[in-house]
Structures are given as C-alpha cells and as structure tokens.
Ligand binder design. Sequence first.
Ligand code: SF4
Length: 856
Amino acid sequence: MILSAAGRQLRIIDLPGRLGARLATMPVIHRLVAENLLRAGGDDGTAAFAAWIEEGRSDVELPFRPGRIMMHDTTCVPALVDLAAARDVLAAKGGDPARIDPVVPVDVSTDHSLAVDHFADPDAARLNMARERERNAERLRLMKWASGAFEKLTVHPPGTGIMHTLNLERLASVVRVEERDGEAWAAPDTLIGTDSHTPMVNGIGVLGWGVGGLEAEAAMLGLPVILRVPEVVGVRLAGELPADVFGTDLALLVTQRLRAHGVAGRFVEFFGPGVARLSADTRAAVANMAPEYGATTGFFPVDARTIAYLGETGRPAGMLALVESYCRRQGLWFDPAAAPEYAEVVTIDLGDVVRGVAGPARPQDLRDAGKAVDFITAGVAAGGVPAGAVAIAAITSCTNTSDPRMLVAAGLLARNAVAARLTIPDWVKTSLAPGSPAAEALLRRAGLMEPLEELGFGIVGVGCTTCIGNSGPLVPRMYDAIAAGVVPVAVLSGNRNFPGRVHPEVRESFLLSPPMVVAFALAGDAARDILRDPLGRGGDGRPVTLDDIWPDPDEIDRVLADARAPDDVQRRYDAAEANPAWAALGAPDSALFPWDAGSTYLRPPPFVRADARPALDGAVARPLLVLGDDITTDHISPAGAIPAGTPAARYLIERGETPGDLNVFAARRGNWEAMVRGLFANPSIENLLRAEIAPGKTVHAPGGEEMTLWDAAERYAAERMPLVIVAGDRYGTGSSRDWAAKGPQLLGVRAVIASSFERIHRSNLINMAVLPLTVDRDDALALRSLSPDALIHFPATVPLEPGTVIRMRIEDRGGAHEYAARLAADTRAECDILTRGGMLPALLQNLLGQVVEKVA
Ligand code: SF4
C-alpha cells in the first residue's frame, strides 16, 4: 500500500485493511503494536498476531521491534563496554571490528551527571559543566569514542538537554521514514529507553517505554523486545482544567488516582473529550509520570494539538503533513468521541485538579498546596532558620521544565515578587535547570530571566541535577541548623521524592509546579499555609500573599505566545550540539577502544567471547545459593553506595581508590570486577544453604568453609564445577538490571531453578546463557532444604527446546530425588541464544561465520 504525503510516495502497512472492523474498537496502543508485528513479518510475529486477532488475546510473546533506542550517560556504559569488548574479540579472530554496530539508531543523552555545585551565580552553568567533565572524564571519553566508532549511535553532548526533553523537542518524529530493501516506508515512531521516564514521549503519540540495559543491548543487536499483548487501561478525561493549575497539578492527580486504582505493569491510554483540551506539553507531563502511577505507558494519541506542538518546536512543514496524513489514513488519529474497548476504564474530571503538592515522601501523596504544612515533621528553629526550612528549591526535571508555559508562569511570579521587593531567605538553595537548551532564549525574550536571576533562580546548567539527587551541597548554615533540630524540606518540580533521593540530608520533599517552587522559596518555610499565609513583607513593609503575586493565566498565555519562537528550539539545540568543550575532549578515533589497564571504571568483561559455553549435557552442579521468594534485581545486584569493608570496596582500594570516595555501584557498571564482588550482598538476603550466613557469602562444598561468593566461585571454577541458584516465586522482580543477569553468569551459574520468574529478568538470563528452569511450587519448597554439598545431575542430553522438560536427579544427604524442571524459554530464537552461549557470543559467531565464508 502506498501513501502519498508531503510530496513523497511511501510504502505503509494497510492497517485498516488488515485489522478490519476491529480497528475502531482496539486501543490505539494495540493498533501500534499490531502495525509493528505486521511490518516486521516473520513466523513468531505473524502467528502471535493471528492468534491475537482471532481470539482477542494471545499467550504467545510478541516480538516487538522498536524503531530506535535511547540511553543516557550512566545507563549507556555497560552496553558500550560490551560492544567495545566484542570488537576486540572480532578483530583478534580476523574479523572487521566495524561490523559490530547497533542495527537500530541509538541516541545517548548526557544529562544525568550534572550537579549543582554552583548556584545563584552568573557563571554557575559554566562552572557546573566544568566539574561534570572533571568527574566523568573516563565515561565521557568512552562515549565520545563510541559516537565516532558506531555509525548508528549518536551522543548528544553535555548541555543538549535532558533525555526526554531532547526526545520530545528534537528526536521524536511521530511518524518516521525508513529505507527497507530499496523502498521508503512510513511507520510509527516507536522506541525503548534505558530510563523509566521514557514514556514522556507518549504525550505526543510516540509509543515508548523504559527497559533495562540488557534489553536495550539486545535490541541494539537486532533482537526483538518480548511483550505479551499489552493490557491497556483507558483513562477517560472529562471536563476542563481550572485556569490556575498547570500540567504538574494534573500529573500529580493522575498519579494519585491511578496508584489508588492499580495499573501496575499495564499500559495506560488517555481518551475522551478532556484530552482534546490539553496541550501537548501538559500531556507530556502526565505521560512522564507513568512510572509513578505504576504503568508502562501513559499514551495520548495524535491530534491537532500534537501537530501544533511539532510546529512550535520547529519541526519542518513536511513532517507535520506526513504525521497528519499517515495517522488519519491508518486509523491512528484521535477522535474525542471514540471509546475503544479497554481492559478497564478510569474516569478523571479535569475540573477536580487543584494547585497541589505531593509528598513528603511519595509522588502519589497529593495534597492541596496549602496543606503541606500538615504533613512535615515538626522541627526546632535554630540560628534564625525556621523549624521546617526550605533547604532546596529547584525548578528541575524533564517532567515540568519541558512545558514552557510553566517556566513562563515561574518567571512571571518571580517578576511580580521582585516588583513587590520580596527576597528569598539565604538558607534556601535555589536553582533552575531546564530540560531544554531553548528554555533560556524563551525566558530572556519574555524578559523573565532577569527577575528569576535576581531571586537566585539563574540557570545552573541543562540536565537532571536535583531531580536525580545531584543537588550539590546545601548552603553552609543549613548544616548547622539541621544539627540543631531544623528538619529541612526540599521543593522541586520533579517526579520522585523518596527520602534521601534529592539530598542525603533532606528526607522530606514536595513535588510541585515551577511557580509553586518559587513561592515556597520566597516563603523559605514549609511550615506555613503557602496559599493563604504571607510569603514575606514587601518593600512597603506590608505582608504579601501568594494571591498578590500569582500570575494572571491570560497574561501567561499572552507572554508565551509572544516569546515562543519555533526557530529557537532547533537553533539552540544545534548550538548546544556544537559544544566546544566536547569538541576539544580528547577521545580515540580508532575502531577498537584503547582500554586503560589501570582503570577502575571500564574493563572488558569476560562474557564477551565467541565460543558457546559447554553444554550442560550430563553435567553435575552444586548449589551456590538457595533463596526464598521475591528476590528482586536489587537484592541480586545493588546500585547504591559501595560499603566500606566489602569485597568490592577492598578490590577498589587495592587499585588505588580512596576509601570513603568509592562512588556507587551504578557508576561502576563498566567494571565487571567491581560489580561481581557486590552481588547478593543486600542485608535482607537469606542464603538458606546455612542458617545465619552473612549476605554476600556462601558455603564451599564439600569442605564446608564459608567464604564470599566471588571466592567460592573462583574455587568452583578452578574445580570445573558448574553452579546453580535455587529460588522461589517471582525471582528477578523489580527494575530490569543488567548486572542481575550478567553477575551470576560471571560467578559460574549455569541455571536458576525457581518456581517463577519475572518476565524481563527471565529474558535477561537467556541473553546471558543462564538457563531459567521452573519447578512446581512444592518442589521449590522442598529444594529450600538443599545442603551445600548437594549434587544436581543434569540428564545425558539437555535439549534446548522451547518449554522442554528437563529431569534432574538431586543427590543430597537425605538420598536422591528426581525433579522435573521446565525450560522457561518460549521461542526458538531464545533457545538458539542459549545454545550459542548468549546474545553476544551469538552475534560474534554470526559475524565470524561470515569471515570464515569469505576466506573459504
Ligand atoms: S530529570 Fe529526573 S526524571 Fe527526568 S530523566 Fe533526569 S532524573 Fe529522570
């Protein structure tokens, strides 16, 4: 089928033709998934699709192929390290290392490491960015090397925006054109991203969600993302937003309502007449908070507001025309009167939205802004600092700074405060870190940057900053005040506020809109009714309340309309991409990455190899760990601080790192030696092999000595003894964490035997060639009493076929018993990966096979 649009003839899947009458009743998310399956073709996808359409459901896992991938500067490192190591292996065997290249476009943002060391200083942004370069030199060098070495990988240098704002304003095309077999195709823009707030782009009709690093790495190498038919909850929006609220207020209300309803793990799609009344910016704020309401997505279909947004952000007219004609032709254009068939429907009246704050510890705890005072811990005033002092006031985060209307409102409030001669108390740390490099141009043109700067809200840089916890030190007097009994509070326009996220000294934080951040900063004290009590005294000595300076909604719209210049957006991004410090950063331009043998951050991992692991046929294994139910990926592989005295800390200190400055595990993800020494060390882990054994340790058999997992693994490896982990229900729940699968593989674990697995972790284990084996619940409970010297005998032949049953004989002190375990690999493609030793060995074998063929 050919679509004529924007002067081009483009091939498309005929979605209305293929879906027939069902199209009108399907959620738009299902239409997009169906299009993806049909376009990719292939046996797995077509069979799954046919079953789904015929029966309205499918138990088969659907192979979804995202059009692109996004990562950021911390999550990209393990994938880049793996690809760099794979290039070494290929080159050593005579292959062309350049053949290792992502097969789908990958964009990497550089946003998560910027910290607010300097603020309320005209030079703050430059100084903060310079510190970022110093602190992350090794990682930036790897990223810059990757941007030159991999054709399909683009690194967006520091200053080019927060990942999700960059995606919304610059990268997302809504409908993309791709070349396939010499023909130009039009297809929906879809993506996965290694960040939980990837769904923000759902606000403009782009289907995308957050995944773990290993899933993204698999997709980079051309493997599909495995999905069941998404269960879609429809959220019907009715009514109209009151004039004095913002996208933040709506996002917080949606979070509260959907958390209460329960949408965990499901896809959310918004529909109904209220949707048409929301700007794309507001929709994006709501979509951003999908992880906070527990959903995979918060999807808004494409309509005239989406097209307007694309124009406002400087996208070319041809793109706008293509998006509109494609979506209308394919039945993807939003109809406010339509009511597709959803798994469940929740209704929200936009008229219920009020100026709110959420906190002090969870995003779903929405309060009327004036009531925040009722939920903070009563402290003791000290040294002139009030008991509930606002220690941090940050206009931060992709969630709310991506909406220029909210920034203009904050600027107008600042202007009015300056006019009333209000000032911000000196214990408040203020900052403005927008997601977009275009934000400053907008605020300057509107004449609002000056009053913001005058109050202390000058731009501290473009990046995540306070939202990710890189808030930098508090003002010095706050530390004394805290020691004397003040309970500090943070206010921020972000999306998460669990205790300690924003700053280790600040356990209470409220999420709120940018103008409300300015309001709390002016008050300097969270222990007051922000809507009614005076914020301070004006120049004439009279009390000034929020109502006195709250900007008029019509003025906000007028100022925004006058100041918004579509050309700005792409021009500012172009200027930020030309970052001279990035251009000057020394990075190798070789096909192979020159590893630094002394590095404690980047080391080539040993699982990147071309040969398959030996088959388990006839193998006899020992249990390394026996665990209970609900072992999360956090239990398996930590992300937080590297505690003193642990094997990982000792390893780093022996290599010259400073005790007390070892950084967090998340920052060491490019060094397998550090990561493997941190496995299963969570204090709540119980290794049932022996009572009272410390976390991170096990028993080596047959001698019975207790030792760290790493020491035991090394001894077992020397003895050529394969290992297994035994667990209960839901092994691997929690966020997808690549090291939760990579780490056990490096310990020599060949199989995990559990009564059930979390879906994504199961697929990560397969990609690392660790067999996920499921046993009956009764058998899993019986296996909890395994002794360390138990021997697990695998059959003479272990067939790696989908769902095959493997009979194991387990010899233990009580005798020998047989157990039937099912291989939890559902497709031939997964079994092929297991047979070939994992995802990276399979890739290398393919490429080396081509080398051999060429030589022959
Ligand atoms: S600004 Fe916050 S929510 Fe957005 S990507 Fe950065 S850390 Fe995540």
